[in-house]
Every structure is written in structure tokens, then in C-alpha cells.
Design a binder for this molecule. Structure first.
Ligand SMILES: C[S@@+](CC[C@H](N)C(=O)[O-])C[C@H]1O[C@@H](n2cnc3c(N)ncnc32)[C@H](O)[C@@H]1O
Length: 200
């Protein structure tokens, strides 16, 4: 559907490029495409699990959809710098967002920033979970939220918007599951922008 090594030439005919990382079964990407109604945008979905990508392929068949069974680290490296209009990452696995694993994931977000165009957007939806099956306290939520914000600002992103929950038209298997347990699992969405160079 989209040859891994010639991805850029395949998508270069489109006005915009939106990349979703770790698309799972493709339910969310399908929703986003339906919602945006933008045939001149190329939607690139990346998923490492062959069973999941097959489910996504069964759902998503448009001319402007490019699904790749590969790691997102590798696929990001195929794009030139300053190339992508939007990157979406919904519910990153713990090794890509947990506090304790920062040294493993920081490079990914630095690369996302590099690959985005100036004013390009990175949307990340992530969650805090109370492992003791208790509600997440306001204090824990606030300090986690402050930590997340400071991380992404330190990487170089500008904060455009932050809200609890995910954008309302987003839906996926895991999002539905997490929304059903909203006391113990709190979602947050960060809309981050690649700022232009500072004018002195
Ligand atoms: C928690 S699931 C979320 C799936 C989907 N975004 C959703 O909201 O339902 C994380 C997904 O990322 C995929 N994944 C994990 N590491 C990956 C990597 N390095 N490259 C591509 N996909 C990856 C997993 O296979 C899984 O489908």
C-alpha cells in the first residue's frame, strides 16, 4: 500500500502530511479521516504489530492513506526534517512516556520536533493510572500534568492547548476502555506546536 523506502515520493503529491504513531487497529485514524474530510491530506499510520496493521488495512482503504508495518522510530527517519504537518500519538506504551523511562523515550520526541514543519502540531494523548485501584488524587494529577508540560517545553515544543480527556471525536479501543474507568485513569491531551525561529 505504501512502500517503506519510497514513502516520501509516494506522499509528496499531497498538500499535507499527518502521521499517527502506533495506530493499533486503525479505529482512531479512521475517525480522524472521517472527521477532517481532507482528500488532499496524506494520512500515514505506523504500527509495529502485524496483526494490528492487518486490522487497520481492512478498515482503511483510501487513496490518501499510507499504512506501514514498521517501528515509528524507523519510519520517522525516512522523513526529511521540517516535513510533517501533524504527528498524533494516542496512548503511548509506558516505555514511551513513563517518568522512570525518560532516557529511553526522550530521543523520539526530539525527532518528532525535528520532523515537524514550523508551526506543525504534535498531539499527544496520555494517561495517569492509580495502580492501587483508587481514584487519582487531584494533587497527583496536577503534579504529573506539570511534569509532562515541563518535559515537552524543555524538548522545545510550545504549548497550544491542554485539556483533560481526549478530543471528543477521537475513539479507539483503549480510549473507550480508559474513559470507562475515569476515576482511576485520567487522560490528558497536549496540543504542542513547533515554534518558528525567534526573531531578535
Ligand atoms: C497502547 S496501544 C494504543 C493503540 C492506539 N493508539 C489506541 O489508541 O488504541 C500502543 C500501540 O503502539 C504500538 N507500538 C508500540 N511500539 C511501537 C513502535 N516502536 N513502533 C510502532 N508501533 C508501536 C503497539 O503495537 C500498540 O498497537
Amino acid at each position: 500500500m505504501c512502500p517503506k523506502n519510497s514513502i516520501v515520493s509516494t506522499i509528496s503529491t499531497f498538500d499535507k502530511v499527518v502521521v499517527e504513531l502506533g495506530i493499533g487497529d486503525g479505529q482512531l485514524l479512521n475517525k480522524i479521516i472521517e472527521y477532517e474530510k481532507s482528500p488532499n491530506t496524506c494520512y500515514v499510520g505506523i504500527e509495529i504489530d502485524p496483526n494490528q496493521i492487518q486490522k487497520a488495512r481492512d478498515k482503511l482503504r483510501g487513496e490518501n492513506v499510507c499504512l506501514i508495518n514498521e517501528s515509528f522510530e524507523k519510519v520517522l527517519s525516512y522523513f526529511p526534517d521540517n516535513y510533517v504537518d501533524q504527528v498524533i500519538f494516542v496512548l503511548p506504551p509506558p516505555s514511551y512516556i513513563d517518568k522512570s523511562m525518560e532516557s529511553e523515550w526522550i530521543l523520539l520526541y526530539q525527532n518528532i520536533l525535528k520532523k515537524l514543519k514550523e508551526k506543525g502540531i504534535f498531539t499527544i494523548v496520555t494517561e495517569i493510572i492509580n495502580d492501587l485501584l483508587e481514584p487519582v488524587s487531584d494533587e497527583d494529577f496536577r503534579s504529573w500534568k506539570d511534569w509532562l508540560i515541563s518535559k515537552f517545553v524543555t524538548i522545545g515544543f510550545k504549548i497550544n492547548d491542554i485539556f483533560e480527556d481526549s478530543p471528543n471525536y477521537y475513539s479507539s479501543h483503549f480510549l473507550e476502555q480508559f474513559r470507562g474507568d475515569h476515576l482511576r485513569i485520567k487522560l490528558i491531551t497536549l496540543i504542542l506546536e513547533k515554534a518558528g525561529p525567534r526573531i531578535k
